[in-house]
Design a protein around this ligand. Structure first.
Ligand code: FES
Ligand code: FES
Length: 156
């Protein structure tokens, strides 16, 4: 079946099987930032945005995104790189395997929550697993990043 959607601001038209999984289709279109850590909705590595909301692309049928707008890390590179600098400064990026999905969810949280406290941040990111960092460095990076964004808004 043919489906059409917008991927990182580009119109896509592609033939997919009825049971094709979105994660595989997006990777076949070059979005290699999307990683597969479990295929069972447990790790968060495959996070993308569908119509602006974080979704686990391993659990979405490609056919269901016909007409949708999809964003992957490749579509928010500049913003991701900015947060990545905070992550690196806090030692929150080690093997980096979890980073793309994690960053997509952090950037989604920034859009969705106003001034979240530590518990809200933890809750929002509970689905993003990391085998390396122990999470504290990631949380420090997020808090510093969010504070810097707030500062920018005040100055604007
Ligand atoms: S690969 Fe999708 S949640 Fe793990
Ligand atoms: S940095 Fe290695 S899994 Fe998160």
């Amino acid at each position: 079946m043919e489906i059409r959607f917008i991927l990182n601001k580009k119109q896509i038209s592609i033939d997919v099987k009825a049971d094709a999984v979105l994660m595989d289709v997006l990777r076949s279109l070059g979005c290699k930032s999307i990683k597969c850590g479990c295929e069972t909705t447990n790790c968060g590595l495959c996070t993308v945005w569908i119509d602006g909301k974080s979704r686990l692309s391993c659990s979405v049928l490609a056919a269901s995104v016909d007409g949708c707008e999809i964003t992957t890390l490749e579509g928010v590179e500049e913003e991701a790189a900015e947060f990545g600098r905070f992550l690196a400064a806090e030692g929150g990026e080690q093997c980096g395997f979890c980073s793309p999905g994690f960053i997509m969810n952090v950037l989604a949280m920034k859009r969705e929550l106003q001034d979240p406290d530590l518990e809200e941040i933890k809750e929002y990111l509970a689905g993003n697993l990391c085998r390396c960092t122990g999470y504290m460095s990631q949380l420090r990076a997020i808090q510093k990043y969010m504070a810097a964004q707030k500062e920018k808004e005040v100055q604007a």
